[in-house]
Design a protein around this ligand. Sequence first.
Ligand code: ATP
Ligand code: MG
Ligand code: FE
Length: 352
Amino acid sequence: PLVLGIETSCDETGIGIVRGRQLLSNTIASSMDEHARYGGVVPEVAARAHLEALQPSIERALTEAGVTLDDLDAVAVTSGPGLAGALMVGVGAAKGLAVSLGKPLYAVNHLVGHIAADILTSDDRATAPLEYPTIALLVSGGHTSLLHVRDLTTDVELLGETVDDAAGEAFDKVARLLGLPYPGGPQIDIASADGDPRAIRFPRGLSKASDMAKHRYDFSFSGLKTAVARWVERAEAAGEQVPVADVAASFREAVIDVLVTKALAACEDRGVPRLLLGGGVIANRRLREVALERAAAAGVAVRIPPLSLCTDNGAMIAGLAAELIANGRGPSTLGFGADSTLPVTEIQVSPA
Ligand code: ATP
Ligand code: MG
Ligand code: FE
């Protein structure tokens, strides 16, 4: 099926068009620059930017895919989780588009969309089919989730998630306290280049034996952020020059260590020798490196979608809907809305 997907859960207005698993176009307009001076995504600013970007993005995606609205078999949209106001803009647009075209509408889960990104193929990307079950680690500015995926369209289990800040959010906050600009992930990466990751031993959240009993697959990054803040304050109070490279590298190592350790623990516990990575934080080269190295040692195969499909995009939303259609699932009834806390187990919202 030819599907157009609309993604507006955070600061990317993503429009993607797929034919089955084949990626035809994927346009992304980001309002990231507008959030930079606030050091994080401002919901109202994001919602307004979506409103402005949607129409031109849809036109561009259609042109790039070489198809027209009439050609579409279905429209897909992210219903949640995400920022309520931002989601609402996409949901409203998708309903309007589907109703006016008389096409079926599929309301889907953003997090499951991140997994679906991995099944898409394009001219420069042929990929072996996703094998089940797989453990999935999704890390972005808004999410840090560990999932057990038995089937993309029917069975996704939440193993654990962050109890406070998301991993990307931690990068952004620590960058800010080191005086680096937003978004912090890439900045911390650059700053870490000459740093020693073992210079400072920062805490690994929820990793003590006493925490592991209840939070084996959960993450916590706010304690780490506070530890970095304290360390910098102490150095400044002592009149020392803050070794930004060492602090950045040590912080980055602490985040990565916990992410990879818990993801591989899930693989081992569940007897699943496959790990799928997704979300914008996967752009972190060191994270990919450590994950690949330690997974290989543990006999776990790692899959990483191309980075353009790891950050928020519409193609993964269209891809998930196309997969639902291929599995005989009917469209969503129009009663659904935006659900900022949609659980990952709800893969499709209000199916007929
Ligand atoms: P959502 O949480 O809904 O997926 P988002 O917009 O917050 O949306 P993404 O766009 O997927 O998330 O990713 C942005 C986040 O990824 C930011 O927090 C950014 O700092 C982080 N990030 C980007 N590049 C890197 C990197 N090289 N290292 C670490 N973090 C990175
Ligand atoms: Mg983003
Ligand atoms: Fe996302």
